[in-house]
Design a protein around this ligand. Structure first.
Ligand SMILES: [Zn+2]
Length: 303
């Protein structure tokens, strides 16, 4: 089974790709915006995308793997729900794919799939144990133990973003308070900056201020932006150090939009880890797979 189909169901985009698992390369791919409407509309759009891709391809596929933007049941076959799109609750997505494409299918949530992709094809290659984090609007995670994805008994493992660091802290999307995601995600940084606007962003409509703006303002010397960004990075370092102490991975791979800030993110996290993480050997690396990570995640699940 050299060629597999990787499908990426995101909140804003859909992607389908044929991946050569012997080289870890996407040989062909197609993308589309996630259509408005519910789960059935999204499924129909993905089916059309994949059918088009398969009809254009000279390779026959041996399996299909799906990276889904929401929680998936521990069976690796059924969607639990989508946080953003109605109608996905309980959808037997693997069965749908098997009927549509005539090959076996496995599905996982996007952070788990991305972690496995980085482990097999990207920055985590060569290690036995790996922790993957995506730091973006939210914070997701995936855990690899002895080379295999660790989903947990009820598929809640690896939720580093919902590690509780400050029980009386800000409200979190999960319904709790003070999770890492509520203290260090893109949304939380934007929320802080809208509540306490950095002087260099005073001319801006507060509703449009993003974490990226805060990072840029901080880099340009805005002291308020530096405090907001610095506090978030301190919490990120604390959360990652705690996860490192729990799992002792050989490598921690960080992806997601906030890593575009480069050393502005990795520098403070490394400094916090130097005194908070028990292991001093753990490596911290940026994710390597870029925007094909969802497709590669699907492919990695097939292997
Ligand atoms: Zn939470």
């Amino acid at each position: 089974m050299t060629y597999v189909l990787g499908l990426d169901f995101g909140g804003t985009k859909l992607a389908a790709g044929i991946v050569d698992t012997s080289t870890g390369r996407v040989v062909q791919s197609l993308r589309a915006a996630t259509p408005a409407g519910g789960a059935e509309t999204g499924w129909a759009a993905m089916r059309a995308l994949a059918d088009q891709l398969i009809s254009q391809s000279e390779h026959s596929i041996g399996a299909v793997g799906v990276s889904f933007g929401g929680p998936v049941e521990a069976d690796g076959r059924t969607v639990r729900l989508s946080m953003h799109i109605p109608g996905w609750e309980g959808m037997p997505l693997a069965e749908r794919c098997e009927q549509a494409f005539g090959v076996p299918c496995v599905i996982a949530n996007d952070a788990d799939a991305a972690g496995l992709a980085e482990y097999r094809f990207g920055a985590g290659q060569g290690f036995r144990h790996m922790l993957y984090l995506t730091v973006s609007t939210g914070i997701g995670g995936g855990v690899i133990i002895n080379g295999a994805l660790h989903r947990g008994e009820h598929a809640w493992a690896g939720e580093v973003g919902h590690t509780i660091l400050k029980p009386d802290g800000p409200a979190c999307a999960c319904g709790g308070n003070g999770c890492l995601e509520s203290l260090a995600s893109g949304l939380s940084i934007a929320r802080e900056a809208r509540a306490n606007i950095p002087p260099s962003l005073k001319e801006r409509d507060p509703a449009t201020i993003t974490a990226r703006d805060v990072a840029e303002a901080a880099a340009a010397g805005d002291v308020v932006a530096q405090q907001i960004w610095g506090s978030a990075m301190e919490w990120l370092g604390v959360g990652i150090s705690s996860a490192s102490n729990l799992l002792n991975p050989g490598v921690i791979v960080i992806g997601g939009g906030l890593t575009n800030a480069g050393e502005q993110l990795f520098g403070p996290v490394r400094r916090v880890m130097a005194y908070r993480a028990l292991s001093k050997q753990v490596e911290l690396r940026p994710a390597a797979l870029g925007d094909v990570i969802g497709i590669m995640g699907g492919a990695a699940l097939c292997m």
